[in-house]
Design a protein around this ligand. Structure first.
Ligand SMILES: Cc1cc2nc3c(=O)[nH]c(=O)nc-3n(C[C@H](O)[C@H](O)[C@H](O)COP(=O)(O)OP(=O)(O)OC[C@H]3O[C@@H](n4cnc5c(N)ncnc54)[C@H](O)[C@@H]3O)c2cc1C
Ligand code: FES
Ligand code: FES
Length: 476
């Protein structure tokens, strides 16, 4: 059992113990390692000024992705390599930095380190041809209040990707000796005020949870650390699960996609998009690369927000959630997981270990919708998933789930029942829309007024009909 974590920052090894382990990485970098290039602005994952590269060893290689260091805490970084904006420059500016200077990509400069790291990360993966949308998508998680973005995008487009020294050349994996060592010991950092546990096995995690019912489970921290930074949430005991090998699998088995709790949203997006049409486009509107590279689907499920974006999809797919405790394993359909607002039918000693999502059959159509004030990097005002199975134009089954219309995700069963068995046609869907008034009673809040949300719900049903009609998918 170790009482500290070991990590690399810009190629140098650090052992961190005590209260420093409980700091946001951005604070640690700025105040303890004296690397002030990483900036802090919003400290809730929204602006990207604190973007750094997080390297994790996989087999013999180290894979780097961007994260927001303000909502990643030091305790999440055992055996990781953090590269900051300072670490991307040798004696002279790198080509991305040069391009920003030449194209006037910075004014006040506060956001600039974050943009540099995000752009560098893009060029590090060696794209062959670069388009404006590529650069825009790369920069979804970086905000700038001064430039208006065009100069930054021009800077990105002007970089010759062949001239960018790859991260493996700057930090050869073999020299990062700390990452070569596999995790052989569990970690417990106990400061009296805080306790952090990083178990080595799932069995150990279940035992720890059983013995510490008041502990908080942690995966990516993209929900929990916003609460810590902005709402004075201060969990005394944390059990970190993201490094458990038993929770890292994502695979197809028996016509189901099975995914461990530690699979990140980015990994899910890449893998699952092959099986569920429309999922990729939908997940492109989920947060930002920085958030998806560390946040998880299981975190989204466990957080239980009525506007959790993966939930309507999981509801209509009738996904099963596996819960484990020292007493054993049970499986619960996600449609029965929520008892009320952010309240899950889980025991205090249980951990969500896996999600099991049926694949679509050939005669099923899936559509996913997200409505938010801003297109990218915004929380949904309303979300929906609709899955329909038809035969010769007759609806065999339909599942409709809405987010943002009540305390939990809501299945619209009355409308599902009404539509089932009917011939697909505008009149039938129009009637389904009319039923909606009595079925959903959304609340008004900062993201949308009650009447607006009701209108959205009705329009989505119509939109679904016109989309499938347009694609000629369902008419005999
Ligand atoms: C800037 C920003 C943008 C965002 N945009 C979106 C968005 O577009 N759509 C959206 O839906 N969400 C969004 N989120 C919210 C968040 O990123 C997601 O909910 C994410 O899926 C959470 O995953 P995580 O692994 O980071 O969870 P964590 O923060 O690690 O955990 C979340 C909760 O789950 C509990 N938990 C963790 N693991 C387990 C487990 N194995 N078993 C039981 N309980 C567990 C934790 O105790 C905690 O209460 C955004 C967040 C930020 C900061
Ligand atoms: S400071 Fe804004 S995302 Fe971290
Ligand atoms: S240059 Fe000022 S915030 Fe981007």
């Amino acid at each position: 059992m170790k009482d500290h974590i070991e990590m690399c920052i810009n190629g140098n090894t650090y052992q961190v113990g005590g209260e420093d382990v409980f700091l946001p990485l951005s604070d640690y970098l700025r105040t303890k390692v004296h690397l002030p290039g990483t900036k802090e602005v919003c400290i809730e994952g929204d602006c990207g000024a604190c973007t750094v590269l997080l390297g994790k060893a996989k087999n013999e290689e180290v894979f780097y992705q961007t994260i927001d260091s303000c909502i990643c805490y030091v305790y999440q970084l055992n055996k990781c390599h953090v590269v900051t904006v300072e670490g991307l420059k040798n004696s002279k500016l790198n080509p991305v930095q040069e391009a920003m200077v030449i194209n006037h990509g910075a004014q006040c400069g506060y956001c600039t380190p974050g943009f540099i790291v995000s752009l560098y990360s893009f060029f590090n993966t060696c794209p062959k041809s670069i388009t404006k949308p590529d650069i825009q998508n790369t920069l979804v998680g970086n905000l700038c209040r001064c430039t208006g973005y065009e100069t930054i995008i021009e800077a990105g487009l002007s970089v010759d990707s062949n001239s960018v020294k790859k991260i493996d050349e700057i930090y050869p994996s073999k020299k990062l000796s700390i990452l070569e060592l596999s995790r052989k010991e569990s970690i417990e950092v106990n400061t009296g005020e805080h306790v952090f546990y990083e178990p080595l096995t799932l069995k150990e995690a279940l035992k720890l949870k059983d013995e510490n019912l008041d502990s908080k489970l942690l995966l990516g921290g993209t929900d929990m650390h916003v609460m810590c930074n902005k709402r004075d949430f201060n969990p005394n005991k944390i059990i970190y699960l993201s490094n458990l090998n038993e929770l890292k699998n994502i695979e197809i088995k028996n016509n189901h996609l099975i995914m461990g709790a530690a699979v990140t949203l980015s990994e899910f997006e890449i893998y699952a998009s092959q099986y569920y049409p429309g999922l990729k486009e939908f997940l492109e509107l989920f947060a930002s690369p920085q958030i998806k590279n560390i946040g998880t689907v299981v975190g989204n499920i466990a957080n239980g927000s009525p506007i959790g974006d993966t939930l309507p999809f999981l509801f209509v797919m009738e996904a099963d959630v596996t819960l484990e405790s020292v007493k054993g394993k049970r499986t619960i359909n996600i449609n029965t997981l929520y008892k009320g607002y952010r309240s899950l039918a889980m025991d205090l000693n249980e951990i969500i270990t896996h999600v099991n999502i049926p694949l679509l059959s050939k005669d099923e159509i899936l559509r996913l919708y997200k409505v938010s004030k801003r297109k990218h990097l915004d929380i949904s005002s309303f979300s929906a998933a609709i899955k329909l199975r038809q035969k010769e134009g007759i609806i065999q089954s339909i599942s409709i789930a809405f987010g943002g219309v009540g305390p939990t995700i809501q299945r619209i069963t009355e409308v599902e029942k009404y539509l089932c068995g009917k011939r697909i046609g505008e009149d039938v869907f129009e009637e389904a829309v009319n039923l909606m008034d009595n079925i959903i009673q959304p609340i008004s809040d900062v993201r949308g007024e009650k009447g607006y949300r009701l209108r959205l719900a009705k329009n989505i049903i119509k939109k679904f009909y016109f989309e499938i009609k347009e694609e000629n998918k369902v008419f005999a």
